[in-house]
Design a protein around this ligand. Structure first.
Ligand SMILES: [Zn+2]
Length: 394
């Protein structure tokens, strides 16, 4: 059996979090769950937020396979009975006793050695130094472009000034503030069907003008598409990777518009081929599409976050699908962990187990030698991400 347990891990996509302190079992389940579909979304949908609704959502969340897995794995780590109440009581003691040491022990137990963190979520952003201080491993910060776009739209700027401030904010993030790459969640906003011809500055000017005058359907999409193209150009200029969210996400995602296949025309356009792009979430559940694009385009990679850990038993299949067409050197591990360090921890456990199973299947079929499978595991769990983000940990 391919053994991944002791291999070092770099998490190529996760989010910062601060010490949440002692939690009730309900709060723990809320924070550890896949985001979206919770009480606030139900309230937006017009459902009365009463005790009955809260109980209903809690039951739904506790019945997700991923949550059952998380509770059992945490019970093993904490040395307590495998029940939610017992796990939360034990983790509360550890967190209250010494939070930093608790995180250190979690990460050491699964050999998690570095985090590439998208500071665009949660909003308002958490303090980068505060998060870095809590973490026992290096943190590589990533800059999300959408909050910047929202801020610039609020200011009543003409196009030249809008565009100048957009470029300047990204330059400051990369040159001065320590960010080591960009990220876009345009899939959540106006979708991934983006024409590469959107790169012309005239499109940005026209779209902003239409937005200001309140005319022209689709102007916001045209503006966002243009600004994504500009971000790709800036990534090439600064030689940093661009992370693009693909596949499903929280409650608001427009599922048909988040398929990675929609990005193919943009990413193969001559002006953007030089950009290193990571298809975040490997387009889950359209993972084979993301793997195909990573196989076709020399600088495109895919990360398996979100599906791992939140799709639970789907983890092995996610690896198996991307391994169909993506080179082993173009797949990177990620968790989309947020809110609690326990998510980052169980995601590594599940990710390692699933990767071992997927690679073993290839060895059993004589598609890879055991040696090649071991090399693939090292690349996927840490080495490729280290190279992409210049992380030099062991
Ligand atoms: Zn994320």
């Amino acid at each position: 059996m391919i053994d991944t347990a002791e291999l070092p891990v770099v998490d190529v996509h996760c989010h910062p979090f601060l010490n949440a302190g002692a939690l009730t079992p309900e709060q723990f389940v809320d924070l550890a769950s896949f985001p979206g579909g919770g009480v606030s979304y139900m309230a937006q949908a017009g459902l009365p937020v009463d005790e009955a609704l809260i109980r209903e959502i809690q039951t739904i969340r506790r019945n997700v396979v991923y949550m059952r897995y998380l509770v059992r794995q945490m019970a093993r780590f904490l040395g307590c009975a495998p029940g939610l109440e017992e796990v939360v009581a034990a983790r509360n003691r550890a967190v209250t006793d010494d939070y930093k040491d608790y995180v250190r022990r979690l990460f050491a137990a699964c050999h998690l050695t570095a985090l590439v963190a998208d500071f665009g979520y949660p909003q308002p952003p958490l303090s980068m130094p505060a998060f870095q201080q809590d973490m026992p491993v290096p943190v590589v910060p990533i800059y999300r472009i959408e909050p910047l776009i929202v801020d610039l739209l609020k200011a009543e700027l003409g196009w030249d000034e809008f565009r100048r401030r957009y470029d300047e904010a990204i330059a400051h993030a990369l040159e001065r503030d320590g960010y080591r790459g960009l990220k876009s969640i345009i899939a959540y906003r106006t979708g991934l069907d983006i024409s590469p011809l959107s790169r012309t500055p005239d499109q940005g000017m026209q779209a902003l003008d239409a937005i200001r005058r309140g005319t022209g359907g689709g102007a916001v999409k045209k503006l966002r598409d243009h600004l994504l193209c500009r971000a790709l150009e800036l990534c090439i200029e600064y030689n940093v990777p661009m992370q693009i969210h693909t596949g499903v996400g929280d409650y608001e995602i427009n599922m048909p518009d988040c398929r990675p296949a929609l990005l193919m025309e943009l990413l193969r356009f001559p002006a953007f081929r030089a950009c290193t792009v990571i298809l975040v979430h490997a387009g889950y559940p359209y993972c084979a599409e993301a793997g195909y694009i990573a196989g076709m385009l020399p600088r495109v990679y895919c990360d398996v976050s979100e599906g791992i850990p939140f799709a639970g038993g789907g983890a092995r299949r996610i690896y198996a699908e991307v391994l169909e067409m993506a080179p082993i050197s173009k797949i990177v591990y990620g968790s989309d962990g947020l809110a609690l360090p326990e998510i980052h921890y169980v995601s590594v456990l599940l990710g390692k187990q699933a990767l071992a199973a997927a690679l073993q299947e290839l060895v059993d079929g004589d598609l890879l030698s055991p040696q090649e499978a071991h090399e693939a595991a090292r690349l996927i769990l840490a080495d490729t991400a280290r190279q992409l983000y210049g992380v030099s940990t062991n």
